[in-house]
Design a protein around this ligand. Structure first.
Ligand SMILES: [Zn+2]
Length: 286
């Protein structure tokens, strides 16, 4: 893990950031999308893109990533990413606005894009295994004390989560619209996995779900208290973080805050991976 000074020195110019981004996304001698040959790539002056030596095809490293269409200098983004990686409770818009000298709304957008980036990186993570040696636990919980900005007086959010011994994930959960949200979680469970649920209603819902039948999930209802339930520690850590930071979350953005939390939680034993993953994996952000 580089020190703050080493990091900021390395990414103190936009050019260095762009070069890093190009190498991380396309590699050293990226194949030209037009002719398919491995090409040499040259910077196009004045725009943040590269051009291939063979067909003069242009490639923008920022396209479809968290930086897509951003007018803010890349070095500002890299500065923000560093602070996100070192501060376990996340960074607020006001902090970024002060440090970067940009408006609060621009800083707020930078923060939200970094949270989306974290969420997208961990979306690829799957749970359980076909050999059933890694059981998946599924359960719901109620988050209290969330100050919501758009629904006065309603500071509670119900969540549905899954966890195995390595990782956890959760989504906002509403019985009335259950099909959509539960599908998001089932789609991340590996074919043939063993899934433990505590609640009979949830077991029925899961057993009758089309995707869990297609995936051939083995569903068992058990009392979580009798086992070391990996979801319990996830819920505890999530609630502690929200309470400690007095998070002011808009319901509309709860999913990306959960995504940020999940990203950090799933690297809890490997803190250096937070920064290295943020700088080496650039999934498409929609
Ligand atoms: Zn070419």
């Amino acid at each position: 893990m580089p020190s703050a000074l080493q990091y900021l020195e390395r990414f103190s110019e936009d050019e260095a950031c762009l070069e890093h981004l190009f190498a991380a996304r396309f590699g050293d001698k990226a194949a030209c999308p037009k002719c398919g040959r491995r090409a040499n790539w040259y910077r196009i002056k004045g725009v943040r893109s590269y051009r291939s030596s063979c067909c003069l095809h242009s490639l923008s490293p920022m396209a479809n990533t968290l930086f897509h269409n951003s007018k803010i200098p890349l070095k500002y983004w890299f500065y923000a990413i560093y602070h996100f990686s070192t501060c376990s409770s996340g960074i607020g818009g006001r902090f970024l606005s002060r440090h970067l000298g940009i408006s609060e709304s621009a800083a707020w957008r930078v923060g939200n894009q970094i949270r989306r980036h974290m969420t997208a990186i961990d979306q690829e993570r799957t749970f359980g295994d076909p050999a059933c040696s890694k059981a998946v636990y599924m359960n719901e919980t109620l988050l209290r004390g969330i100050r919501t900005t758009n629904v006065p007086g309603k500071g509670r959010i119900r969540l549905l989560g899954i966890a195995d011994r390595d990782a956890a994930a959760s989504v906002p959960w509403n019985y009335a619209r259950r099909a959509g949200t539960i599908t998001k979680l089932i789609s991340r469970i590996q074919h043939g996995s063993l899934v433990y649920v505590q609640d009979a209603k949830l077991e029925e819902l899961l057993a009758n779900h089309k995707l869990s039948r297609i995936r051939n999930l083995k569903i068992e209802q058990i009392l979580f208290a009798t086992r070391a339930d990996p979801l319990a520690s996830y819920w505890l850590a999530l609630k502690r973080t929200i309470r400690r930071n007095h998070l002011h979350i808009n319901r509309k953005y709860i999913q990306i805050y959960l995504g940020e939390f999940e990203f950090r939680y799933n690297r809890r034993g490997y803190p250096d991976k937070i920064l290295s993953d943020l700088l080496s994996i650039f999934p498409q952000i929609t």
